[in-house]
Structure formats: C-alpha cells, structure tokens
Design a protein around this ligand. Structure first.
Ligand SMILES: Cc1ncc(C[n+]2csc(CCOP(=O)(O)OP(=O)(O)O)c2C)c(N)n1
Ligand SMILES: [Mg+2]
Length: 387
C-alpha cells in the first residue's frame, strides 16, 4: 500500500533576529503531498507495497530492533560525553535510526559506503567499532578507522563532497567489472550543493552503480526544507535521468526494501537511484546548536509519534515474535555498550601535538616543514617563560 505522507509541515520561522521560539502554528496537510513507501506504520501495523516487499525471519526482525536500540544508546552516550566535556562536539542521529539501519543492512560486505558525519547507525552495520567513531569528536585523531577494512569511508564534514567521491568510486567499480555497489549518504541541505548536482549528472551519464541515500531530516541546521527546494526532493532525480523514490525514513523495513532494490538495480548496471528517506532530526543539529530558537516543540512532538524503534517493538510484541526476556537482554546489552563507550573515550590518550604535521603529503613539503618548525618554536617558548 502506498500511503499519504503524514509528515507535519513546518511552521514558518518567525521573523526577527533573536526570536526565542518559532510560532507553533500548524499548517494543514497539503493535498498534493507526495507518496512515500511504507511497510510498517507508526502504529506497528504491517502493510504491503506493490513494488517493494520484504520477507524477514523473526530473527532478522529482532536483529533490526536490536541494531536500532544499540545505535540509539550509543548516540545518547556520546551526547552525554560531550556534555561532560569528554568530546568537543557530537552530531546526534536521534530519530534517524531506521533510515540508517534499514539502508545499512541492505548492503553487501563488498559494497562501499561514503557517509557524512551523522551515519553512526550505518557505521554500526558495517562493523566499525562505535568507540572508533569518537576519536575525531574528541579531537585525538582525524578519523579512527581504516576505511578499507569495512568499506566505510571516513566521515565527511564538507557538505555534499562525498557524493562526488562516491560517484568516482562507483565509476571505478564499473570499470573493474565488479558487481558491487556504492552508496552515498547526504542530507536535505546538502542536496542544494553543486557537488551533489555534479555527481547526479556524472553518475547518470556514466551509469555509475551508486545509490544516493538522502536523509531528509527536514532541517539543515536552522534552515527548513522550504529553503532548499521547490519540488519534493526525490523528484529531482527525474531531471537527471534516473529514478527517485521517497520512503518513510522512520520505517526500517521500507528503508531496507527500497535500498536493497536500488542497490540491485545498480549491480545490474542500470545506474543510480535517489532514495529520499523522509525522516526527522529529533535532536539538535550538533551539540553546539539550540533548535528551540528556530523550530516549534509541536513539530518534534508530531514526529515523536512516528518513532522508528517503538513501531518495531509494537510489531514484535503484537505478533509474538519477541518475549520480555529479549527486550530485557537488549536493554542490558545497550547499558553495557554505554559503559564500554564511556570508558573507552575517557582512556583515549592525548596525541602528540606535533603529529598534526604528519601525513599531510606522502613525501613531505617545505611549507609543512616550515610550519612544523614554527610551531615547535612556539611551544618551546612556553618552556622558556617558565624558567
Ligand atoms: C561545504 C560546506 N558548507 C557549509 C558547511 C556547514 N554545515 C555543516 S552541517 C550543515 C547543514 C547540513 O544539512 P543537511 O545536509 O540537511 O544534513 P544534516 O546535518 O541535517 O544531517 C552546514 C551548512 C559545511 N560543513 N560544508
Ligand atoms: Mg538535514
């Protein structure tokens, strides 16, 4: 069944700098709101779709639930660690668990992922140890994992640029004659970047095996989607000559089914697909942001009713696919994960301050040498002052 989007429409931002709170005015549902693919309703009811079906075992369903719970717990721990001064910054994925776990679990080991900075759930699916995600946010390294060990590229902060990396990589995959696929994650805000438009063009004309997975979480920091687009995001693909589909980004089953289908299309050599996962950023943009300054509490509340984890739990319970012991075990496991992450972050050693100059160029560079010497002299000046 294809259902009408029930997304709450954002109230317009109130004008005037320094306005404390956006008005709570609710805009009624637009009649031409595009349709989205859904397989599990917010009430935990299983529905069907003519183009996307998925048949999962009870074990697999419980696995998706567990993935989402553990990812959410990890994310909450990281937010707390930032508040305690253990991390410099954190970008929470709260609310986007289904989009990330659904798409992440659709991937094969030999597929390659190009994430942004918020893809903690996808990293989890790739087998990247969650503690490795935190080094960069603590400022002790530039990315704590080897991208090629898990086919999961380093987090990319430069908005949209990873879509070009993914496109180039996918063109290489096709030239190698491999049947693996590539997935690029990006946000609604990123979709306005020239890099994204360029990667759409190149991937279309070169038939690159890439899936563009856009998590439309409704906000790009304080900019709402009305400031990014005049047509629904997934429809942009049409102008580039490849299909676009909007999926309920809070429905892990639909995200899994739609991403699988897009990846298979890429493997068959039929080129790129744009998947728009319609979801919501429940938290702040990052820990430096205060969303109460630009969005209404009512909007967040409306999305809370579409929680991605709760609907799976309801489904598992109603269908008798999981018992109380399973939920207790998952809870205990998530507490243990929180503890492990906490301890790992606190015991991360400080890097040598001179290490920042290493690995800038493979063969070194005179300018970097000069900067290294300057910085060494600067540091030494403190020691001299202290004498
Ligand atoms: C090229 C570039 N411009 C601006 C920024 C600053 N910036 C960081 S996050 C962000 C918003 C991104 O929004 P979206 O793509 O919707 O992703 P989300 O954070 O919502 O997941 C911006 C503008 C940046 N990092 N890179
Ligand atoms: Mg966004």
């Amino acid at each position: 069944m294809t259902v009408e989007s029930t997304a709450a429409r954002k109230p317009r931002r109130s004008s005037g700098a320094g306005t404390k709170r956006a008005s709570a005015k609710k805009t009624p549902q637009a009649p031409d709101e595009p349709q989205l693919v859904q397989l599990l309703t917010p009430e935990g009811e299983r529905v069907t779709h003519p183009d996307y079906e998925i048949d999962l075992t009870a074990d697999e369903l419980r696995g998706l639930y567990r993935d989402m719970v553990l990812t959410r717990r990890f994310d909450a721990e990281a937010t707390s660690l930032q508040r305690q001064g253990e991390l410099g910054l954190w970008a929470s994925l709260l609310g986007q668990e289904a989009a990330q776990i659904g798409s992440g679990r659709a991937l094969r080991d030999d597929d390659y992922v190009f994430p942004t900075y918020r893809e903690h759930g996808v990293a989890w699916c790739r087998g990247v140890d969650p503690t490795n995600l935190l080094g960069m946010f603590r400022g002790v390294n530039h990315g704590g994992w080897d991208p090629n060990s898990n086919n999961f590229h380093l987090y990319t902060i430069v908005i949209g640029s990873q879509t070009l990396h993914a496109t180039g990589y996918a063109m290489g995959v096709a030239k190698d004659g491999a049947d693996s696929a590539v997935i690029a994650y990006f946000g609604d805000g990123a979709s306005s970047q020239g890099d994204v438009a360029e990667s759409f063009t190149f991937s279309a004309v070169y038939n690159a095996p890439v899936v563009f997975f856009c998590q439309n979480n409704q906000w790009a920091i304080s900019e709402p989607t009305e400031k990014q687009m005049r047509v629904p995001l997934y429809q942009r693909a049409q102008g580039f000559g490849f299909p676009g589909v909007r999926v309920d980004g809070n429905d892990v089953l639909a995200c899994l089914a739609v991403t699988k289908s897009a990846l298979e299309r890429a493997r068959r050599g039929e080129g790129p697909t744009l998947v728009e996962a319609f979801t919501y950023r429940m938290g702040a943009h990052t820990t430096t942001d205060d969303p109460t300054r630009y969005r209404a509490d009512e909007e967040r509340e409306a999305w809370k009713a579409k929680d991605p984890i709760l609907r799976v739990r309801t489904y598992l319970e109603n269908q008798g696919l999981a018992d109380a012991a399973f939920f207790e075990e998952t809870e205990a496991e998530s507490e243990a994960l929180g503890k492990r992450v906490r301890e790992a972050v606190r015991s991360m050693p400080d890097p040598d301050t001179m290490a920042i100059f290493e690995n800038v160029y493979a063969d070194g560079h005179a300018l970097v040498d000069e900067e290294r010497a300057q910085f060494a002299a600067y540091r030494a000046s403190f020691a001299e002052e202290g004498k």
